[in-house]
Design a protein around this ligand. Structure first.
Ligand code: PGA
Length: 253
């Protein structure tokens, strides 16, 4: 089955509402005409979601969020629910990003709870997995990534598994300029695909597995040319419209 490639920009904690609108205005014409052949989304910070939702109207770009709280509502000061995101027109939500795992104590179990709450609200999770440099050097990459994937999928109906996006992001490649080689990326993506087959059967073929970690205009096409690399989760290079649009074009080759 041919999976439509999926490129998502993760803006992290960058962009005021004005800057966010400006970035979308610059980006939209550059990706026009690519809709349908590649799926494109941007994940601004919570504060810019409403402004970006408005700016994206009439463009082929989807709105994504960077995080969500695991409960539907309640006394959780400072948190945002899946229903609130859906209300703003958010379609996808990143969960389990390594920055959240490392800096904010996000656990495998917490990631699973967020996946469930997102599907319940009609949103599509992008679940991030990946090993640290220390884990890679200790030969634990495949074990770590498998554990993270298994845990995120535990108890999910297979129809939901098919609507999931996974993002393999080696922690040592994020924001460092060190990209995994295409062979390193494909090796892990293929292992994830086999694991998905084991866990969910034929629906595994539908799951997009993005690569993330220092994706740039000049390495994007080669990475996404690998058989099991179905797109990219892009941090730094998504903050500039020309760079991000060149990465999106890389998905078309
Ligand atoms: P980077 O970030 O592209 O800046 O390495 C990727 C990510 O954190 O999703």
């Amino acid at each position: 089955m041919a999976r439509v490639k999926f490129v998502c920009g993760n803006w992290k904690m960058y962009k005021t509402t004005g800057e966010a609108r400006e970035l979308v205005r610059a980006l939209a014409p550059l990706v026009e005409g690519m809709g349908g052949k590649v799926q494109v989304a941007v994940a601004p910070p919570f504060t810019a979601l409403a402004a970006v939702a408005e700016a994206l109207r009439g463009t082929p770009i989807d709105l994504a969020a960077q995080n969500v709280h695991r409960e539907a509502q309640g006394a959780f000061t400072g948190e945002i629910s899946a229903g609130m995101l859906a209300d703003l027109g958010v379609k996808h939500c990143i969960v389990g990003h390594s920055e959240r795992r490392q800096l904010f104590g996000e656990t495998d179990e917490g990631v699973r709870e967020k996946v469930v709450v997102l599907f319940k609200a009609g949103l599509l999770p992008i679940v991030c997995v990946g090993e640290t440099l220390q884990e890679r050097e200790a030969g634990q990459t495949l074990a770590i990534v498998s554990r993270q994937v298994k845990s995120a999928l535990q108890g999910l109906p297979s129809a939901d598994v098919g609507r999931l996006t996974l993002a393999y992001e080696p922690v040592w490649a994020i924001g460092t300029g060190k990209t995994a080689t295409t062979a390193q990326a494909q090796e892990v993506h293929a292992v994830i695909r086999r694991l998905l087959v084991e866990l969910a059967g034929g629906v595994a073929d539908e799951v997009r597995i993005q690569y993330g970690g220092s994706v740039k205009p000049d390495n994007a096409a080669e990475l996404m040319g690998q058989p099991d690399v179905d797109g990219a989760l892009v941090g730094g290079a998504s903050l500039k419209a020309p760079d991000f649009s060149r990465i999106v074009k890389g998905a078309l080759r």
